[in-house]
Design a protein around this ligand. Structure first.
Ligand code: 13P
Ligand code: SF4
Length: 357
């Protein structure tokens, strides 16, 4: 939840160079009072202006450790909410555009998850179910996991978090990304016959499916449109054009794309793979295009190419204009707020994840 205010239109009419200059001056004026956290999918200029840059896991940890009184979060809502939950109460977390949400995070609602949880508990009586929510979810789902013996994971620690979950139970119920869940299950060697998909559109009838009783991993049928856009054909064409290419994709891609690639990893892992590659290497990347073009610009000694061009429009709602507006009105507008009871339970699940990493 955030209180939303509208940015005056004159900000949007200013040239980028003028905005960058004004952001730098405002940052100088604020000194250590404000910290800008920027996700890897932000525009290059915003990444350059950020004090902390990273994947969703790193930025959550940065928010938990930030000394600044004000955090300005350049990313999507679930990231800003998580920062609010782990930051100190006296800190503010500001989101330059509160309409920057994540469609996948909106594919699972707390009322649905709570209902299905009851149905599964009945159907799988005698087996311990551990709920695991992807970081890309509402704060209410994180709170549900916190109070139900569960945890949060990101794409950078999903395997480790699943290990933890299986050390405490027999079945992992993972939401909302079917693909990250399946790719993580595959990487851990889960028998595919024991992976079931829960389609929230089909309702309770699925619980009667006899195979549900033997499930080890139940996956919510949610997806990221930016990553399911990539196909095996894209990988095939990339390999035809660049036979020596190393193909790395984000684990929100479908299982067949992950299998066709050479590696899968979080945005931070992709950044690391490019910086560790030898000069002259060709790296083809299946993730949001702003990260790929920034990596190409920052590694001119390597050939860095997109598997295909795929944009997350929500990430791009954060602009130089609304970043400047936020900094000039630090602690005033678009402050992220989470109800204390929800924050308390969500903190349990997020801190479990932070401790596991
Ligand atoms: P990371 O956890 O790799 O930063 O990914 C977040 C995300 O939204 C990917 O689509
Ligand atoms: Fe959500 Fe996909 Fe955008 Fe990531 S890239 S924020 S998962 S829509």
């Amino acid at each position: 939840m955030s209180s939303s205010s509208r940015m005056p239109s004159e900000y949007a009419r200013r040239a980028d160079s003028d905005l960058i200059d004004a952001i730098r001056k405002t940052k100088d004026r604020l000194g250590g009072e404000a910290a800008i956290l920027g996700h890897h999918y932000q525009r290059e200029a915003i990444v350059d202006l950020s004090d902390f840059v990273g994947d969703s896991f790193k930025l959550c940890r940065d928010a938990a450790q930030a000394a600044a009184r004000h955090i300005v979060f350049c990313g999507v809502r679930f990231m800003a909410e998580s920062a609010r939950v782990v930051a100190r109460p006296e800190q503010t977390v500001q989101h330059p555009d509160v309409s920057a949400g994540c469609p996948m995070a909106n594919m699972a609602f707390i009322v649905q998850v709570e209902e299905i949880w009851k149905v599964l508990a009945e159907r799988l009586a005698g087996r311990r179910i551990v709920p695991v929510t992807y970081m890309n979810s509402s704060v209410e789902l994180k709170a549900f996991c916190g109070r139900s013996g569960g945890v949060v994971c990101t794409s950078s620690n999903a395997s480790r978090v699943f290990d933890w979950a299986y050390s405490r139970g027999d079945v992992v119920f993972f939401f909302p990304d079917e693909h990250l869940g399946r790719n993580t299950g595959n990487a851990r060697g889960t028998d595919p016959a024991r992976i079931r998909v829960w389609d929230p559109m089909q309702g309770e009838a699925q619980a009667g499916d006899p195979s549900m009783a033997g499930a080890e991993l139940i996956l919510w049928k949610g997806f990221c449109h930016v990553h399911t856009f990539f196909t095996v054909d894209h990988v095939r064409r990339a390999r035809e054009a660049h036979p020596d290419a190393f193909v790395i994709v984000h684990p929100e891609c479908t299982e067949d794309v992950v299998r066709a690639a050479d590696a899968a990893g979080s945005t931070e892992a992709i950044v690391r793979a490019v910086s560790e590659a030898s000069p002259g290497a060709v790296i083809v990347i299946g993730t949001e295009t702003h990260l790929v073009s920034r990596l190409a610009n920052t590694h001119p000694d390597k050939t860095v190419l997109p598997l295909a061009r795929s944009v997350c429009p929500n990430m791009q709602r954060i602009t130089l204009a609304n970043l400047l507006w936020s900094l000039e009105n630090i602690g005033e507008y678009n402050i992220v707020e989470v109800e204390e009871e929800v924050a308390r339970d969500a903190r349990v699940a997020l801190e479990r994840m932070l401790q596991l990493a």
